[in-house]
Design a protein around this ligand. Structure first.
Ligand code: CP3
Length: 341
């Protein structure tokens, strides 16, 4: 995995899956029930370590991703957060300077200490050749949840603030840039060998706001992480960025880029992989569907991208209804690549 992120072409590409730990696994659901709430699970180092390792035991991925969530950062900044069964995250919305004044980074590391402890435990438990990935949400995506107070289809509140009062909104983004750098830095110091910045909602912005709220904050994060931790790869995942992928890659300076499900892999091979290692991008629903469709899609991605620096992954996270057997089938297919004929 680290060789691929350093730009090497591996004959058999490394793989891991976004949301590889989670509710599609019965052993996850069992531990989740014991932990109580989802946040209790994230903040319990023994349980979070175990949940991180569960998919690796079944499928032998080349990388483990720390078990946590992108919303622990706003939580640590003081924003009340709850995960409601079947509805996703709920936060008390922050929509103006008054809301911002209630947040503070003073206790960030104290509150996130259990996450760092999970990383330390994982560095001890993982085999030498399994890469430990830390992560955070990108400022734009985290701001979407903070301002909307949860998931949204329209992004009306966050966009109205960003468009109507860009200076005020900039203060939130700046707070998140600082917190994200400190949070990822602490994960690296605890043992994370690579980090991924999830910008799940990068794709909802027009051109100029995309530059200001997606590219620029990510560029600052990459620059500061690189100064503190030269050599630690930063994977950017600007989901839905479409035509902006090239500009994102050029201006942010990320080490590698995660391709979302919709990007044509032959295009990505020509326009992105010639510049940096790429990761992706099997449709998670293809994994849930299984069978010939899964084999054909996975083989197509490998054919297009395994000839350069590449990390096999999904184009978004594993969904809850994915049969575990389909993940096993995918793991087999990747590990047998290139097929001997
Ligand atoms: O990839 C992994 O296995 C590591 C763990 C991980 C989780 N969330 C666990 C989780 C990672 C990397 C994330 C990232 C995350 N969280 C993102 C970015 C990636 C993406 O999916 O776009 C986002 C937007 C979130 C915010 C979030 N967390 C939402 C919207 C939800 C609710 C939706 C859902 O699937 O329930 C969560 C909850 C969450 N995060 C769960 C897990 C395993 C499910 C919680 C449960 O067990 O009840």
């Amino acid at each position: 995995m680290l060789a691929a992120l350093a730009g090497e072409t591996r004959q058999r590409p490394p793989f891991w899956l976004m949301r590889q730990a989670g509710r599609y696994l019965p052993e996850y659901r069992e531990l989740r029930a014991k932990a109580g709430s989802f946040l209790d699970l994230c903040y319990n180092p023994a349980f979070a370590t175990e949940v991180t390792l569960q998919p690796l035991r079944r499928y032998g991925m080349d990388a483990a991703i720390l078990f946590s969530d992108i919303l622990v950062v706003p939580h640590a900044l003081g924003q009340p957060l709850d995960y409601v069964e079947g509805e996703g995250p709920k936060l008390d919305p922050v929509r103006n300077a008054e809301g911002l004044s209630r947040l503070s980074a003073a206790e960030l590391h104290e509150r996130l200490a259990p996450v760092y402890e999970t990383v330390r435990r994982l560095t001890r438990e993982l085999p030498e050749d399994t890469t430990l990935i830390g992560f955070a949400g990108a400022p734009w995506t985290v701001a979407c949840y903070m301002v909307e107070g949860g998931g949204t289809k329209e992004f009306a509140h966050v966009k109205r603030w960003a468009y109507g009062d860009p200076q005020g909104f900039q203060a939130l983004i700046d707070l998140l840039v600082d917190a994200t750098v400190d949070y990822l830095s602490a994960q690296i110091e605890a043992g994370a060998e690579a980090v991924q910045v999830f910008d799940s909602w990068a794709g909802v912005l027009p051109a100029d706001p995309f530059r200001r709220w997606v590219i620029e904050p990510t560029r600052r994060i990459v620059e500061r992480l690189r100064a503190r931790h030269p050599g630690v790869p930063v994977i950017g995942f600007p989901r839905g960025a479409g035509l902006f992928y090239v500009e994102y890659v050029e201006k942010t300076g990320v080490t590698a880029v995660g391709l979302d499900t919709t990007l044509p892999t032959d295009w990505a091979a020509r326009e992105l992989q010639t510049r940096l290692p790429v990761q992706g991008n099997l449709d998670p629903i293809m994994l849930a569907a299984g069978g010939d469709a899964l084999r054909t899609a996975a083989t197509g991605i490998l054919a297009d991208l395994a000839g350069g620096p590449f990390v096999f992954n999904l184009g978004h996270g594993v969904i809850q209804t994915t049969p575990p057997d389909h993940v096993a089938e995918l793991a087999r297919l990747i590990k047998q690549w290139p097929e001997r004929g």
